[in-house]
Design a protein around this ligand. Structure first.
Ligand SMILES: Nc1ncnc2c1ncn2[C@@H]1O[C@H](COP(=O)(O)OP(=O)(O)O)[C@@H](O)[C@H]1O
Ligand SMILES: [Mg+2]
Length: 220
């Protein structure tokens, strides 16, 4: 039987899921959008995160999840950050995602180069997709951010994936989706997905649809 990541808890909107720092944003949303500067930007900033926690029993399950993510067209212009300790499976998940998007050949971990870039053509849309896979573990600081052109990459269309985003700090734009991986045992991983924008929410929503179907059939 094919392994799949299974929900640990239901995705939900609610106070329990909101960081303390976001609590005031939630409150102002409840009072209505026209309070102060009710422009488009502030609507995005008031986005309520959705959190989904999954248990991926083995790498095949992680692969299936990456394939589900890759199937969503919203991924074409998204920034996903990957958190978790060394060996948690960040690079492994990215590799499966890149394969599912059509990347061929060797997929190197960008641990030393900091970034690996890919371009894949998509058959259905007759366009190409730019992908950047970052590993900021060895990130040198603001000077490298400017000199290596990372700022330009993050303002370009395409898919940006970043391991060790915490090493960059404030310079890094807000991700659409945060994936946090934690090792449970040799093979099992706990995966927590948090949306940070409407794009991230759309990605999580489609993932939910895909993940829940086989789950409910399989556990009857
Ligand atoms: N369920 C799983 N999901 C992801 N990786 C797994 C899983 N089970 C075992 N692994 C293994 O764990 C290791 C993760 O390494 P890697 O992806 O390089 O971690 P990181 O990039 O987080 O440091 C790989 O050897 C991978 O095959
Ligand atoms: Mg890695």
């Amino acid at each position: 039987m094919k392994s799949l990541c299974q929900p640990i808890q239901q995705a939900r909107l609610g106070t329990a899921q909101i960081h303390t720092a976001d609590a005031n944003l939630r409150e102002s949303k409840l009072k209505g959008p026209a309070l102060d500067q009710g422009n488009e930007l502030s609507v995005v900033e008031r986005h309520l995160p959705i959190v989904k926690s999954l248990r991926c029993p083995d790498e095949a399950a992680t692969q299936a999840l990456a394939e589900n993510l890759a199937a969503n067209p919203a991924l074409r212009n998204t920034f996903i950050e990957l958190q978790g300790d060394l060996g948690a499976g960040k690079t492994t998940l990215v590799r499966h995602l890149l394969r599912a998007l059509g990347v061929q050949g060797r997929i190197k971990s960008p641990t030393y180069a900091v970034v690996e870039a890919y371009e894949v053509s998509s058959q259905d849309l007759n366009t190409s997709l730019n992908i950047w896979h970052f590993d900021f573990y060895r990130f040198q600081g603001p000077q490298e951010w400017e000199e290596a052109g990372f700022r330009d990459i993050f303002t370009s269309p395409g898919l940006k994936l970043a391991e060790w985003p915490e090493k960059v700090g404030e310079l890094l734009p807000r991700a659409d989706l945060t994936l946090h991986l934690a090792t449970l045992d040799n093979e099992a991983r706990a995966l927590t997905l948090t949306s940070q924008s409407p794009i991230g929410e759309a990605l999580l929503q489609s993932l939910q649809d895909l993940q829940d179907l086989p789950h409910s059939e399989g556990t009857a």
